[in-house]
Ligand binder design. Structure first.
Ligand code: ZN
Length: 289
């Protein structure tokens, strides 16, 4: 099941998605089942929320009610945006960084989250802004002290992400903190939908690509991930709780602009497309602030 959050005349609704390619239709699930939550975090927090959403979508997939509006990020206001750095072997090598021995964790503020077809805005003070195609994990249940063998039970689904990064604010700054380079406004696009975990046979076996103005810049597979999703969840929940709607950017494969010779950085007018097998395409343009 694919679920999106749609802005319809200023009101957020959860929509189920039917159809393929350009022929997508969006079903307003709460019109079918009034007991359904209308925010994604609330829906994921309900014990049977996803099951009820699936029943509503099954009932409405041929006759609707179909709605249209602007798609937002599937979880527009996640409680946490956790990110894993240098999590593809080849990307660590292209970054001249050692292969990590445990997950490298950083975060973004939720103010960085945007959805599909929204513009990434280049800050006036950043001049080396880069793209990073990433698989995003969306947490479905409260998770603390979770063993790796049980960790996938806490995953609600997946989406496509782009970990936008201002390299001139990320690298070589005092204290080696990445925060400022990673969390400017609009630097965490993800979407277009939450694809529920049952639809993805193996999240560590998905093609992942990024195209910049039509040219393929990153082309890899999630099988190259160093730390798998279950290891990341087990690692971080030793220390903090993951809650429904929290999202995890799992790291990027090789081909980022910083590592190219000469380097490629984003500029106003650029069009980015990140595609992950089974999860759709996330499109974002670039504008200057
Ligand atoms: Zn990243």
């Amino acid at each position: 099941m694919r679920l999106g959050t749609m802005d319809i005349n200023g009101h957020h609704r959860i929509v189920g998605v039917v159809g393929d390619g350009q022929e997508l239709k969006h079903v307003d699930l709460a019109q079918i089942d009034q007991s359904l939550a209308i925010s994604m975090i609330d829906l994921l927090s309900q014990n049977d929320g996803l099951a009820k959403a699936a029943m509503a979508l099954a009932a409405g997939q041929t006759k609707g009610p179909f709605v249209s509006g602007r798609l937002l990020a599937p979880v527009p206001n996640p409680g946490k945006v956790l990110c894993i750095g240098l999590n593809y072997r080849d990307h660590a090598i292209e970054s001249n960084a050692p292969i990590p021995t445990e997950p490298i964790c950083f975060s973004k503020f939720t103010s960085a989250v945007i959805g599909p077809d929204e513009a990434v805005r280049l800050p006036k003070s950043a001049h080396q802004v880069d793209y990073e195609a990433e698989l995003v994990v969306i947490i479905g249940r409260e998770a603390k002290y979770v063993a790796a063998e049980k960790a996938m039970e806490y995953v609600a689904g997946y989406a496509v992400g782009n970990d936008i990064s201002a390299r001139d604010w990320q690298i070589g700054r005092p204290g080696n903190q990445w925060l400022l380079g990673k969390t400017p406004d609009t630097f965490a696009p993800f979407g277009p939908y939450l694809v529920t975990a049952d639809e993805i046979a193996d999240p560590h076996e998905l093609k992942i690509q990024l195209r910049l103005n039509g040219e393929t810049m990153q082309n890899s597979s999630t099988k190259e991930l160093i730390f798998h999703i279950e290891q990341v969840i087990a690692h971080v929940t030793q220390l903090f709780t993951l809650s429904p709607g929290d999202i995890i950017f799992t790291g990027t494969p090789p081909g980022v602009g910083m590592a190219r010779k000469p380097p490629v950085f984003l500029k106003a007018g650029d069009q980015m497309e990140v595609e992950i097998e089974g999860l759709g395409v996330l499109r974002n343009s670039v504008v200057q602030e």
